[in-house]
Write a protein that binds this ligand. Sequence first.
Ligand code: CA
Ligand code: CA
Ligand code: CA
Length: 309
Amino acid sequence: MSKTAPIALAALAFMAGLANPPAFAATIIPTVPIGNPGNSPDTTGFGSVAYTYNIGATEVTNAQYVAFLNAVAATDTFNLYNSNMAGSTGGIARSGSAGAYTYASISGRANNPVSFVSFWDATRFANWLHNGQPTGPQSGSTTEDGAYTLTSAGITANSITRNASWQWAITSENEWYKAAYYQPADQGGDSDGYWFYPTSSNSISPTAANYGNVIGGLTPVGSYPSYFYGVYDMAGNAFERSDTIFGGGRRQLGGSWGTGESFLQSVSLIGGGSGSENGTVGFRVVQIPSPTALSLVGLGGMIATRRRR
Ligand SMILES: [Ca+2]
Ligand SMILES: [Ca+2]
Ligand SMILES: [Ca+2]
């Protein structure tokens, strides 16, 4: 038994490598696993998630959004690009003319959170990840269907929610809240299992996060320490859209570089218009651990069984 486990692990690592061959130029979204499924909610009523999921380690960056634009926005049918992205607080420049647009990160800002994106731009980015990062015009197989089925009526009504078959999506309010504030008391967390700030603490200072207009703008993701689950930048930097409907828009979490600390607190409860686009609001994605990974675990088990004979 003791000899088979490392063999199975090595086989798993090998096959995992084959599943993601380095020659395939897919955009890598670093994620961290959020376990403890079925945790209790906070006193605010938020933070309970019944399933295990992976959450983006950081906000989606300009570099990641550039890869998306170059894949699906040679013709930008649904305005995934906003000309303010090329301004002093943005991070992406566009070249060429409609039908042959290309995009590039602005020097020094590739790893800043993408901003000037609406909730609908974010759903299209999530659909693109869900669909395997295809290249082609904005359509059902690239941006308009997948985790979210986008229709003009649904957009107008702000009624579109995540499909049950989602693989990648924009974080929900509870997925975001749990990753930000939850830490079981018996694993070093607060006595009630929830911190007041995402920084694994009940108080905060500008050494822990980009907020309060101390820096005066967005910072590259990961510039401040990570939290309990290994996640970065949930406190400040860019505000983050969720896909949870809130009034006429969606819940918006974590505060930004320009807001006071009250916006970083677990009791902060605000939203933003789904169609709004400004320089302080970005988003973060979540992923359901893939069936491929599960089947690889099954294969690893088979190999271990065979070698044991
Ligand atoms: Ca847009
Ligand atoms: Ca607490
Ligand atoms: Ca943030």
